[in-house]
Design a protein around this ligand. Structure first.
Ligand SMILES: CSC[C@H]1O[C@H](OP(=O)(O)O)[C@H](O)[C@@H]1O
Ligand SMILES: Nc1ncnc2[nH]cnc12
Length: 305
């Protein structure tokens, strides 16, 4: 492990527009070097009013300098794990593929359609002599997502200014940086996609490989490009809602993080993840290289130390 751990159980990943959280006392920045390089940006360790510490990482770097295809996601997940993090609460700006999901609404997706194009390293095992097939049928941590539902709903009802929460939805993760064509946007709707972004993969896959709880709070900024009589999405459309969504995301985080830390400490929201890689990893063979096993011990010390 690169950094000493100090009971930082929750890692928050901020997406477009969300580069810091509120109501926290900043303690320090850490920048752990992992076998997969450095994270997108130094990770801010801060304390909640109770003293509980949390970690915050800006997915695209503090000045939003990293495009979605180039985010060093393996380093991000490995760095968070090295700090002792057990659950990641990720935020993402998304396009809506459904009329009822309006810009400003929040979504807790439960499924993913992968439309990334193989340019992003998507496994810690890639390039090693160890083979593993993580289960990904339920790409988000079901218990964690269920835990979030009523808490996020509560915040939106009292402080959401009309923002609605949608649950049980399917997110399409596309390869950017360009937005989808109108034909693609319609195709994703026909496939059952409800929202679209460029970031949830490989983040969710890598969190699973590292046996971390992972949930995404998706915040809708636009209607993508499927509406016949409307113009196709532009970055300017996204920017219109980004700040309002980020402010509400900060309120959600400030309201739930203390209780989330407690839930992670007790472990009941993470029972599906911990131990999940045990039978995903192909049995040890003499052909597996020691150096690869050492590398993998960084994220899975239980199996590789
Ligand atoms: C700024 S529009 C496209 C960009 O926004 C989302 O970023 P994030 O998921 O980090 O909030 C989307 O995934 C794209 O990367
Ligand atoms: N329409 C869209 N497509 C992909 N990613 C997005 N992030 C925000 N809006 C998006």
């Amino acid at each position: 492990m690169a950094e000493s751990t100090s009971n930082v159980l929750i890692g928050v990943i901020g997406g477009s527009g969300l580069y810091h959280l509120d109501n926290l006392t900043f303690i320090k920045h850490v920048n752990p070097e992992t076998p997969w390089g450095f994270p997108s940006s130094p990770i801010a360790i801060s304390s909640l009013p109770s003293g509980t510490q949390i970690a915050f990482l800006a997915r695209h770097g503090q000045g939003h300098t990293i495009n979605p295809s180039a985010v060093p996601t393996r380093a991000n997940i490995a760095a968070l794990k090295s700090l002792g993090v057990r659950a990641i609460l990720a935020f993402s700006a998304v396009g809506s593929l459904r009329e009822e999901i309006a810009p400003g609404d929040f979504v807790l997706p439960s499924q993913i359609i992968d439309r990334t194009k193989g340019v992003r390293p998507a496994s810690f095992f890639e390039g090693t002599s160890v083979v593993a097939h993580a289960g990904f049928g339920d790409p988000f941590s079901n218990k964690f997502v269920q835990w979030l539902e009523k808490r996020v709903q509560g915040v939106l009802e009292t402080q959401g200014n009309g923002a609605k929460l949608h649950t049980g939805r399917c997110i399409v993760c596309m390869e950017g940086p360009q937005f989808s064509t109108r034909a693609e946007s319609k195709m994703y709707r026909a496939w059952g996609g409800d929202i679209i972004n460029m970031s949830v993969l490989p983040e969710a896959k890598l969190a699973r490989e590292a046996e971390l709880g992972y949930a995404l709070i998706a915040t809708a900024t636009d209607y993508d490009s499927w509406r016949e009589d409307e113009s196709a999405v532009t970055a300017a459309d996204v920017f219109k809602t980004l700040q309002t969504n980020a402010t509400l995301s900060r309120t959600v985080a400030a309201t739930i993080l203390e209780e989330l830390h407690e839930a992670a400490e007790e472990g009941h929201i993470l029972t599906e993840e911990v131990g999940s890689m045990k039978f995903a990893i192909m049995p040890r063979s003499e052909k597996q290289k020691d150096e690869d096993r050492q590398k993998l011990a960084f994220i899975l010390p239980t199996y590789f130390s």
